[in-house]
Design a protein around this ligand. Structure first.
Ligand SMILES: Cc1cc2nc3c(=O)[nH]c(=O)nc-3n(C[C@H](O)[C@H](O)[C@H](O)COP(=O)(O)O)c2cc1C
Length: 138
């Protein structure tokens, strides 16, 4: 089973989840600037909400790497907004990328909001999400 973890994180919140998920799955988390090099069964993609949208680099990663993504697994952080799933699903659908219904989202700190998030509990739940996804895929 070939697994990759990619993320885009301006402030480090989403990176925290990406690093924990990657460590649990025995791979390195890389930013979305790093293309996939081969067909990858499971691609965990972390993003966050900025001005109600996901960063352009996340969309670019999906478009450029579509052919290499077996199944995509979305995870995200945001201060208030719901997860990035719908926005990622739109790009995934446009590029014929299978997106798992399984996702993970938690609050991320922003200015005075959500201090300390993602916290240890958020990280533990993110790891559980990734392990369940792997269990299902095997
Ligand atoms: C420039 C900017 C714009 C943001 N816009 C939103 C927003 O529209 N809705 C929201 O819920 N959170 C918004 N946030 C908060 C981020 O979604 C939240 O802090 C997230 O955890 C950031 O993840 P990161 O640290 O991985 O970049 C914004 C943050 C930044 C820096």
């Amino acid at each position: 089973m070939k697994i990759a973890v990619r993320y885009y994180s301006k402030g480090g919140n989403t990176k925290k989840l990406a690093d924990a998920i990657a460590a649990a799955l025995g791979v390195e988390a890389e930013t979305v600037d790093r293309p996939l090099e081969e067909k990858t069964d499971m691609v965990f993609l972390g993003s966050a909400v900025y001005a109600n949208g996901v960063d352009e680099s996340v969309k670019r990663f999906l478009r450029k790497n579509a052919g290499y993504i077996g199944t995509l697994y979305n995870f995200s952080t945001a201060a208030i907004a719901p997860s990035t799933y719908k926005q990622v699903k739109k790009i995934a659908d446009e590029n014929a990328i299978p997106l798992s219904a399984r996702e993970y989202h938690c609050k991320g700190s922003f200015l005075l909001l959500n201090k300390g998030r993602p916290n240890q509990g958020d990280i533990t739940r993110a790891v559980a999400f990734a392990k369940l996804a792997l269990q299902d895929a095997e």
